[in-house]
Design a protein around this ligand. Structure first.
Ligand SMILES: O=P(O)(O)O[C@H]1O[C@H](CO)[C@@H](O)[C@H]1O
Ligand SMILES: O=c1cc[nH]c(=O)[nH]1
Length: 236
């Protein structure tokens, strides 16, 4: 069934087996322009830009997911199911729930805890915690060691809500679920991987802290996450 409703490409060979997926489509463009050679654009529907190119001679696709679980749910499902993608590595920003994490620290999600009903709705599990794919995480850990980046391998919180009525709720989530930071997509990504027998992982750079209230600018978020991107690219 290609093209799909949200990806316009007719030739699935133009999409690599591994897709690196930031939330922001402009970050996808930046990664393609900065790190890849022989780049072709593979999607522009709804401005959800995707590109395929070569990194160190290896084919890789980078494509935006949009924000939140419904959005990454659509794109990751179409890539896994209809474009024969085997692995998706999300590269995102996250808010720290503990002062042990500093701005620009890089977290590798061991698993994602969520209040979301996404996994239940998909018939995958009623559990609220889903793991990343271990073999893919091991590849990312090896890559990080090679490029000299420290990864904090931890449980993360995948939230349906960015603006909470009670901004202090994060303290409870940190204590009860050991989730060290918050983002908004991994739980759906891990669900789709499990549903379709594929691989998924998530690297996050700390962009702000709910504890200290420090924050990065939008421009910094778009461009300054090079360490995480190099870990993802060198794992391929
Ligand atoms: O930087 P990205 O990948 O978009 O990730 C985080 O940033 C967005 C919120 O600002 C959410 O998508 C959250 O998961
Ligand atoms: O989802 C997110 C991402 C970054 N910072 C937050 O507070 N939440």
């Amino acid at each position: 069934m290609i093209p799909t409703p949200h990806i316009e490409l007719k030739d699935k060979d133009l999409i690599a087996k591994t897709v690196i997926m930031p939330g922001d489509p402009l970050r996808a463009k930046y990664i393609a322009e900065t790190f890849l050679k022989d780049v072709v654009q593979i999607n522009g529907v709804r401005n959800m830009f995707g590109y395929t190119g070569k990194f160190n001679g290896k084919k890789v696709t980078v494509m935006g997911s949009g924000m939140g679980m419904p959005s990454i749910g659509i794109y990751s499902y179409e890539l896994f199911k209809f474009y024969d993608v085997e692995a998706i590595i999300r590269v995102g920003s996250a808010g720290a729930y503990t002062d042990k994490l500093k701005l620009y620290d890089v977290v590798l999600a061991k698993d994602a805890w969520s209040e979301s009903s996404y996994a239940k709705t998909m018939g995958v599990t009623g559990r609220k915690t889903l793991p990343a794919t271990k073999s893919l995480n091991n590849r990312l850990l090896k890559s990080a060691a090679k490029v000299g980046v420290t990864l904090h391998t931890e449980t993360i919180h995948s939230s349906d809500v960015f603006y909470r009525v009670n901004p202090d709720e994060f303290k409870d989530i940190y204590e009860k679920h050991n989730a060290v930071c918050v983002e908004m997509e991994s739980f759906a990504l891990f669900t789709n991987a499990k549903a379709l027998g594929k691989k998924a992982a998530c690297l996050l750079t700390i962009s702000d802290s709910l504890v200290t209230h420090e924050a990065t600018t939008a421009q910094e978020r778009q461009e300054a996450f090079k360490e995480m991107m190099l870990v993802a690219l060198n794992s391929i």
